[in-house]
Design a protein around this ligand. Structure first.
Ligand code: CMX
Length: 438
């Protein structure tokens, strides 16, 4: 058994009976109440789900196993010569709740490289798509196609005991994460470049290899990838891609179909596809204003025009956060250190000054501040990745780290099929008529 799996087995093995006993003893304690608006309001704030790997505070933002992003930039091991945290290190932390050593991270990079071979038929499936098919549709289909590889499915069909589900899931999760850079890069290279993808370099990490495979091999871009793939990984369990992964995983669907479902959720413009919508909107603004360096007054007028057209300002607002997203600030910090003389990035910073007061003045927007998607596009564009309908795929590669670590935990704790109760409006009206709500 490998070193990470061994640690996970020990930790989760101890926690499963503890959770069972705690649930039994406190079965009827009330955790959360649901108000009528929440039925029609996307279940905002209803606590009805366990997610071990991260927690989102509306003010402080995301904490991965209790650590903020600035703390993790300090504490997580770096690639040799680099400054940015590595997603391998984050996966280790999420899975076994400890900061890994450099040696442990090197082991995980090598392990993912070892498992990174993508089956040939996956390329054939991608090749069958028209090249202009949205990259997220190709990504989702390519991932789904690997159901055939599932260790979980094979062992389930052989009669695996339910206490072993975590073990088979761990194997699928490790294989799937290892293959994602190759699959994602092939979608990019085939749709927009010459179709050639660089081979995996055994001495390079997961992010460095992804950068190489995309065809952008500068050290700066590799460093950005390390940061980007770390900070987009997890955002507690209620967001659409995480929750979808959790829901589908709870049916014991294999990790490939389960993760592909999460990707289908990420592909929506109110969620992960906001990353492409932001840059599209910024470029449209630049074109419409006829300048690469719009001033704040020009930006304000364009923001107002967008709102008057009944559209949202992409990259701003959040269902939970009520302050600027620390993931936005982490990317701003990277740009300040590495790319600040760039017009597009300067424009993103001016938008950051202009948009919040405008949204605040509407009186209905609960969070006028930027979210993660407000910054990433401008940096990717600057590195030469200009095909912005591809950006959500990159978000998806990162999201695998969080939602698949969480899937291992779901299986290890033996959580059941998810099945909340729905009601009809007729039922709501009857309850109101009978004064049946508290
Ligand atoms: N621009 C304009 N209006 C906005 C807005 C924005 N950026 N954010 C919220 N609003 C509006 C809502 O559309 C809603 O209007 P109506 O009452 O007329 O329907 C009102 O303000 C209240 O919404 P809210 O409670 O503040 O926000 P929600 O929790 O309903 O929605 C989100 C959150 C992210 C969908 C919303 O802020 C939004 O559409 N933002 C733009 C898209 C975006 O950046 N999404 C990425 C989120 C991060 C991620 O998941 O990746």
């Amino acid at each position: 058994m490998d070193i990470l799996k061994e640690k996970f087995k020990a930790l989760a093995g101890a926690m499963r009976p503890e959770v069972k006993a705690m649930t039994k003893e406190n079965r009827n304690k009330i955790v959360s109440q649901v108000e009528l608006w929440q039925l029609y309001g996307g279940a905002r704030g209803v606590k009805c789900l366990v997610w071990e790997t991260s927690e989102l505070d509306p003010i402080e933002g995301i904490r991965f196993r209790g650590y903020s992003i600035p703390q993790l930039r300090d504490l997580l091991p770096k690639f040799k010569g680099g400054d940015e945290p590595m997603p391998e290190a984050l996966f280790w932390l999420l899975l076994v709740n400890e900061i890994p050593t450099e040696e442990q991270v090197r082991w995980l990079s090598a392990e993912w490289n070892r498992r990174s071979n993508v089956p040939d038929y996956v390329y054939k499936i991608i090749n069958a798509f028209p090249k202009d098919t949205h990259p997220m549709a190709q990504f989702s289909a390519a991932i789904s196609s690997m159901k055939n590889e599932s260790v979980f499915d094979k062992r389930y069909n052989e009669g695996m005991h339910k206490t072993e589900y975590w073990d088979a899931t761990y194997e699928d999760v490790m294989n799937l994460i290892a293959r994602l850079p190759g699959i994602a890069a092939y979608i990019y290279r085939r749709a927009f470049k010459d179709g050639h993808v660089a081979p995996t370099e055994p001495d390079l990490d997961w992010s460095g290899n992804f950068a190489n495979k995309l065809g952008i091999s500068s050290e700066k871009f590799k460093e950005f990838m390390r940061l980007y793939l770390t900070i987009h990984a997890d955002h507690e369990g209620g967001n659409a891609s995480a929750h979808t992964t959790h829901l589908v995983g709870s049916t014991l669907s294999d990790s490939y179909l389960t993760f592909a479902s999460g990707m289908n959720a990420l592909a929506g413009p109110l969620h992960g596809a906001a990353t492409q919508e932001v840059i599209r909107w910024v470029l449209e603004m630049i074109e419409s204003l006829g300048t690469n360096t719009p001033n704040k007054e020009q930006i304000k007028q364009y923001v107002q025009k967008t709102l008057d057209e009944g559209r949202v300002i992409p990259g701003y607002g959040h269902a939970v956060l009520r302050e600027p997203d620390p993931r936005f600030l982490a990317q701003k910090g990277f740009a300040e250190r590495n790319l600040s003389d760039n017009d597009l990035i300067q424009t993103v910073w001016k938008i950051f000054e202009v948009v919040p007061p405008v949204l605040q003045s509407l009186g209905k927007v609960k969070n006028p501040w930027p979210n993660v998607d407000a910054h990433s596009g401008a940096i990717l564009y600057n590195f030469g990745l200009k095909e912005f309908n591809y950006y959500t795929v990159m978000f998806g590669v990162s999201r695998a780290i969080g939602v698949l670590a969480a899937l291992c935990w779901t299986r290890a704790l033996g959580l059941p099929l998810e099945r909340p109760k729905s009601v009809t409006t007729k039922w709501v009206k009857e309850q109101l008529k009978n004064n049946a709500f508290g």
